[in-house]
Each structure stands twice: as structure tokens, then as C-alpha cells.
Design a protein. Structure first.
Lengths: 113, 110
């Protein structure tokens, strides 16, 4: 158990819908990262927050947004969902802003029908 | 060309064998990570390296910065080592976070 929790574990929804994925980092970790793992693209970095502020952006679509709240939990919002958004979404946390071991949550499997 | 290349893509070994998985990268990096992804999907961080060598139990990771190459070794392999092993790098001087290799599927047969 990494100490990082993600909810829900599974999510099935339809195209055009909006969903919110939630992540609680390990106690004391200030950095939260979101990753997408799809069959054709592999693992990709989406976005990083550190102590409530966005610090790095990767291959995140404009239809996707995230935020980190004062209690350090984070949410990833996915809207206008398409079939291609079906993937595993992982959250990870670390104690510092840059190079440090990252602890991964169990992931949320999103299926868009 | 991908910035991070792993080989082999698939590897089948007999229990007890010594295993090596390779990772090559084409950019300057500040750190390299080895991750393990279990069949259920969960990801575990095995090592983070910026130089030299690290050992944890039966796992050893090495990195050669000049050659832009890292290896993950598993000694006395066991069926429970069966998983996907993923190499990831953080590009030096970049605000981007990890860039991932495509993974190596390891199957250890009893």
C-alpha cells in the first residue's frame, strides 16, 4: 500500500459526459501528479500540482482540468468525453517539487462507451 | 524516435534465472526511475537513480550517464517477479515530469 488513494476504482460513462477523479496523496506529500495510461499511448504525464499550485503540464487535453485543494487532495476533471479517453488514470505523490521518488495510487479505470 | 527505449519488449525466463532489462534514452536527464506494474495495474516505484548503482533485495539498478543507459537486474528470479517493468526519465532543465518507456513484460515460469 503506497498510501495514495484514488476514487473511484472503476468508472463507466458515455461519450460527451463529464467525470471527476479524486486523489488523496500520502500524508505529508505536497506534490501530486496525474498520469494517463492507454493501450496505444502507454503512460503519459498529464499535470503536476505542488502545494495547491500548478507546476508542470504535460500532454493534457484542453477538455481536462485539475486542481489541488488546501487539504492537498486533488481532482482531475474530464469533460466532453470521447471513446479515446478510455484509460487508466494514475495519481502519484511525492514530498518535494522535483526529483524525488513518486508513490502511485491504485488508479481509476475509465471506460467511455 | 522515442526519447526512452526499453529492451526487450517481452522476456520469458525460468525461475532462478538472472534477468536484465535495458533502458536507453536520448536526452540529458536529471533522474531515471524504474517502476513495476503488476497484472492488476498497480504501479510501484522500484528505484530512482541519478548516478551509479542501487540495490534493494534481489533487484539492482545501474545507470551510465555518459552512455545514456540504465539496466535493471533481477537475481534469482521468481514467478512473483512477473510484471511489466517501466523505465522513466525526467529531462534535465525541463518543467515536464516523467517521460516513460513502453515497458518490458517479464514472465517468470516456475
Amino acid at each position: 500500500d503506497s498510501g495514495v488513494t484514488q476514487t473511484p476504482k472503476h468508472l463507466i460513462t458515455a461519450t460527451g459526459q463529464r467525470v471527476t477523479l479524486r486523489c488523496s496523496p500520502r500524508s505529508g506529500d505536497l506534490s501530486v501528479y496525474w498520469y494517463q495510461q492507454s493501450l496505444d499511448q502507454g503512460l503519459q504525464f498529464l499535470i503536476q500540482y505542488y502545494n495547491g499550485e500548478e507546476r508542470a503540464k504535460g500532454n493534457i487535453l484542453e477538455r481536462f482540468s485539475a486542481q489541488q485543494f488546501p487539504d492537498l487532495h486533488s481532482e482531475l476533471n474530464l469533460s466532453s468525453l470521447e471513446l479515446g479517453d478510455s484509460a487508466l488514470y494514475f495519481c502519484a505523490s511525492s514530498s518535494s517539487l522535483w526529483d524525488n521518488e513518486q508513490f502511485f495510487g491504485p488508479g481509476t479505470r475509465l471506460t467511455v462507451l | 524516435k522515442n526519447e526512452v527505449e526499453q529492451s526487450p519488449q517481452n522476456l520469458t525466463a525460468q525461475e532462478g534465472e538472472f534477468i536484465t532489462i535495458n533502458c536507453s534514452y536520448s536526452v540529458g536527464i536529471s533522474a531515471l526511475h524504474w517502476l513495476q506494474q503488476h497484472p492488476g495495474g498497480g504501479i510501484v516505484s522500484l528505484f530512482m537513480l541519478s548516478s551509479g548503482k542501487k540495490k534493494h533485495g534481489r533487484l539492482i539498478a545501474t545507470i551510465n550517464i555518459q552512455e545514456k543507459h540504465s539496466s535493471l537486474h533481477i537475481t534469482a528470479s521468481h514467478p512473483r517477479d512477473s510484471a511489466v517493468y517501466i523505465c522513466a526519465v525526467r529531462v534535465a532543465g525541463s518543467a515536464r515530469q516523467l517521460t516513460f518507456g513502453s515497458g518490458t513484460q517479464l514472465t517468470v515460469l516456475p
